[in-house]
Design a binder for this molecule. Structure first.
Ligand code: KDG
Length: 308
């Protein structure tokens, strides 16, 4: 296995015609959940991936299983809970921004615990990916994330970590404490600049990058949207230019970056080459609605890279 991830998948409902939820008439059905998005992106870039999660035995759980099977994401470590209700979220958009409304409290994934972490599979994987969302959904899921990171470190499995700070899921001070510790335990930190500013109380992107780097990861990729990526590679700082696009919906773009970046790292790319490739993956993901549908495949990324 190249990349294992631990976290919560969600069904996604995007309100049509840029209407707020209270006025929505139609919803486009898609898929989300940051760690699931990461795996699908990595799979589309050619990596062998597997998911550690819990879903319900409801129709949404079945839909997710079919998605992962179609995308080549291994489901050997997906537990189906009898009677469980898989989490869902709604995206509504106005001219200025998208907002997320979650219906996920008490979901099967919120019952993830250290007992769900398959020790051998984590030890054999080349990379393990976890996120702050995994840690925010419940105390036992947070324990599972720390347990998996510890195991991975013990076996030289690369640990990638995206804080993915979601204020609706947990208070800032708790997020700060958990993110700071997680950054100490990871090899690759993948924050975006807005959450980086909130978590560190620093403004300048270089200072935010330095805050993450000071906690020990070998690589930090600070995602800055249309300003590209600021990369820390074992003491060297470089700027990765953006791939120019006019965004339609940026949901999942950071996750697509993460999946493409880690997929290329485990294939042996330098962090700088991996970040150039992943910046294109993230940019192309903003070209369509929803988190998963627009995530590009390797061929599309390479063709866009040739035009840059
Ligand atoms: O990054 C996109 C995710 O935020 C989206 O798919 C939903 O996982 C999600 C979450 O918890 O916000």
């Amino acid at each position: 296995m190249d990349i294992l991830a631990l976290g919560e998948p969600l069904l996604e409902f995007t309100a049509g015609d840029d209407r707020p939820l209270e006025a929505a008439r139609t919803f486009a059905v898609g898929y989300g959940g940051d760690t699931s998005n990461v795996l699908i992106s990595a799979s589309r870039c050619g990596a062998a991936t597997g998911y550690i999660t819990r879903i319900g035995d409801d129709g949404f759980g079945t839909a997710l299983l079919r998605l992962w099977q179609a995308e080549g994401v291994d489901t050997a470590h997906v537990v189906r809970e009898p009677g469980g209700r898989t989490g869902i979220y709604f995206i509504s958009r106005d001219a200025a921004h998208s907002s997320f409304t979650y219906y996920r409290a008490g979901s099967p994934a919120s019952r993830l615990s250290p007992a769900d972490v398959p020790g051998e599979a984590v030890a054999r994987a080349r990379a393990l990916h976890v996120s702050g969302i995994t840690q925010a959904i419940s105390v036992s899921a947070c324990d599972a994330a720390f347990h998996a990171m510890r195991l991975a470190r013990r076996h030289q499995t690369l640990v990638s970590y995206d804080p993915n700070y979601r204020p609706a899921l947990w208070p800032l001070e708790r997020a700060r404490a958990v993110v700071a510790r997680s950054v100490e335990l990871c090899d690759v930190a993948l924050p975006n600049v807005e959450e980086g500013r909130q978590l560190t109380e620093l403004d300048d992107p270089e200072a935010v990058l330095a805050w993450f780097a000071a906690r020990g990861p070998r690589i930090v990729a600070l995602k800055m949207g249309d300003r590209g990526v600021l990369l820390w590679d074992d003491g060297r700082v470089s700027e990765i230019p953006p791939h120019p696009v006019v965004p339609v919906d940026s949901t999942g773009a950071g996750d697509a970056f993460d999946g493409a970046f880690v997929a290329r790292l485990v294939q042996g790319d330098t962090p700088s080459d991996a970040a150039r490739y992943a910046a294109v993956a993230g940019a192309l993901t903003t070209q369509g609605d929803g988190a998963v549908h627009p995530i590009p495949r390797d061929a599309a990324i390479r063709s866009a890279l040739r035009k840059d």
